[in-house]
Design a protein around this ligand. Structure first.
Ligand SMILES: CC(C)(COP(=O)(O)OP(=O)(O)OC[C@H]1O[C@@H](n2cnc3c(N)ncnc32)[C@H](O)[C@@H]1OP(=O)(O)O)[C@@H](O)C(=O)NCCC(=O)NCCS
Length: 296
């Protein structure tokens, strides 16, 4: 194990390229092409990053996208890790852990391909699957569900208190809710971002659901022209009556009409009903979020 240096860059880029191409062969919803120069820049600038070598050959690498000391997490993106077997991954994480800890992290969150071998490799030292990313094509018109009379409108800055109330509907049961100041700051950021559509679904003037929609900038691992859905939440008293499906159907139809070719969403895996909801709306899991403590 050693820090990634200039002479490792070609080998790491080749490994990432092969990994991306192979994953796209297995899952049609994954993007298989890579902008080589952008990847090179990312590999060269990733700090700290580690490589594992064996008999003169690179057998793995590990690079964080971000060490977020305030949240105590080291974030590893899908192309931030490659390993010839779980033992190599464990050794890489062990090598990286001290510098992550120094930067304020006490845990690691890694987006990996949603494949059992990947999730198992990360699980060997205690990381668990906590969320999935699903993608669907918008080539065919998405199912709209039964008509509900819902009206979608953009939440304005003056609707902050309502947006905060709706945002709380999305808090997963059994997990500590975010700090209210943090929630407020995040909701304000979204409301003020001109790229973001913060939408509320109303029936007879009563807010029943929310969804946040944003176009995805080009990024490695996502389809070009994709729209990202988040914070989909229905009034707890109104769930299971088709409202969530109707809201998502309407948003996907709007995205298709404005030229988006794909939609993606991240969902937590704690509640199997949520997973069923997204699969039933045509989303294929592409990535898994595995999270765990740093090894000693
Ligand atoms: C997930 C959610 C948006 C679905 O909206 P909904 O209006 O309850 O869903 P619909 O009535 O349109 O569709 C019903 C399907 O949703 C799923 N579902 C998820 N949560 C459910 C709940 N609490 N009650 C009933 N169905 C639920 C089930 O698969 C159900 O299908 P089934 O009847 O075959 O079991 C909503 O339940 C919700 O707000 N949950 C909490 C926030 C959350 O987890 N959001 C997802 C974040 S990405």
């Amino acid at each position: 194990m050693r820090p990634l240096g200039p002479r490792d860059v070609d080998a790491v880029c080749a490994r990432v390229g092969a990994r991306v191409a192979a994953a796209a062969q297995r899952c049609a919803m994954l993007e298989g092409t890579l902008e080589r120069e952008a990847l090179r820049r990312a590999v060269t600038s990733a700090t700290p990053a580690w490589v594992a070598r064996s008999r003169g050959r690179v057998v793995g690498h590990l690079a964080t996208a971000l060490v977020d000391g305030s949240r105590g997490r080291a974030w590893v993106p899908p192309d931030g890790a490659s390993f010839d077997g779980p033992a190599v991954l464990a050794a890489l994480v062990g090598a990286a852990a001290p510098s992550w800890r120094d930067a304020g992290a006490d845990g690691v969150s890694a987006w990996v391909y949603d494949e059992p071998t990947e999730v198992r490799a990360w699980a060997t030292y205690g990381a668990a699957l906590t969320a999935r990313r699903g993608v669907r094509a918008l080539a065919s018109p998405p199912a709209q569900g039964r008509p509900t009379g819902l009206r979608l409108r953009r939440v304005e800055a003056g609707d902050l208190e309502m947006a905060l109330r709706l945002d709380r509907w999305g808090d997963p049961p059994g997990v500590a809710p975010p700090d209210e100041d943090e929630r407020r700051a995040e909701v304000i950021d979204l409301l003020e971002d001109p790229e973001v559509d913060y939408l509320v679904a109303e029936l007879d003037g009563r807010a029943l659901a929310q969804v946040v929609v944003m176009p995805l900038p080009p990024r490695r691992g996502s389809r070009p022209g994709a729209v990202h859905l988040s914070a989909v939440a229905v009034d707890p008293d109104e769930r299971g009556r088709g409202l969530g499906g109707a809201v998502v159907g309407a948003v996907l139809a709007r995205a298709r009409a404005s030229g988006h070719a794909y939609a993606e969403v991240n969902w937590r895996t704690l509640d199997p009903r949520v997973e069923r909801f997204w699969r039933a709306r045509g989303f294929t899991p592409t990535h898994a979020l595995v999270e765990g403590p740093l090894p000693d």
